[in-house]
Write a protein that binds this ligand. Sequence first.
Ligand code: 13P
Ligand code: SF4
Length: 332
Amino acid sequence: MSDTLVHISLREGTENEARKTESIRPNDPLSKEILRLKTELNAVLLAHNYQIPEIQDLADYVGDSLGLARQAAETDAEVIVFCGVHFMAETAKILNPDKLVLLPDRNAGCSLEESCPAAQLKAFQDANPGIYTIAYINCSADVKALSDVICTSGNAMKIVEAAPKDRNLLFVPDENLGSWVIEQSGRPMELWKGNCYAHVEFTADSILAIREKHPDAPLVAHPECTKAVRLLADEICSTEKMVDFCQSHTASAFIIATEAGMIHRLKKECPDKAFIPAPTDNCACNECKYMKMNTLEKLHACMLNKSPYVSMPKDTLDRAKLPIERMLEMST
Ligand code: 13P
Ligand code: SF4
């Protein structure tokens, strides 16, 4: 058996150029056992860029929400082990109704998902007949089922630009991503009042303080950051596009305003460059408590017990599938 893992990343605009990066396969007993179970289950291990380094290093694919959805749509593995948060594993299940989709911790939620209960969205839609609903993928299956199309931070502009010109638009649930898309596209949209509790912790003051220490380092920020932070950024993009930006830029150091797990991925992809986690007012780097619920121990347990796994009513799954498939078609 080879002692390296191959990570294959498919990126927006370069979908046909699978980029391969090699990483050293972890050698500790628990990691070895996880890899043995992966073979036994005929499973694929998908991990988001915010996962702990030990999980990223074991995964078959590490990427952003869009890349992970594409991987889930294309895999021929029998079992999907999804290391991210619940809505991401749920998306994989919607795309693979007949497959077992395991996740290390059922309680790994998301503040954006919580901010948009399906009943409230339905009430808004009923009060605004004909409104075209674009849902950021960070939402529940029930919200997806009520939406016309899904988007991620990697394709939000493309999805909004392709929306019917004769309909009013509603963007749920991230007001920061939504307002960033409005600024660029010039297309007005109603914005749901939700946000990512982790990204709104970055402030203009905390960013200005770190910039003073590293005046030559470009600031790369996720669009879930507030406008005050986005205004200071040299680049605003999804986590996967951060890799492309830092690889192609001539700078040797970058300030990264997103969840701290991203630093591990960036260091791996750009070993000769330095990455400075943007501080918040309270801490030196910013972690999503939900993403960090997943541990190697829980990953091992879910594969051993084949539980927890994602399940949902067939009707929800069928209705949620259409807007996700529409997104995948529109972003190829
Ligand atoms: P990306 O799709 O850019 O990885 O973002 C996912 C997310 O949850 C950001 O907080
Ligand atoms: Fe949700 Fe924010 Fe965590 Fe991403 S970082 S999963 S948006 S709470």
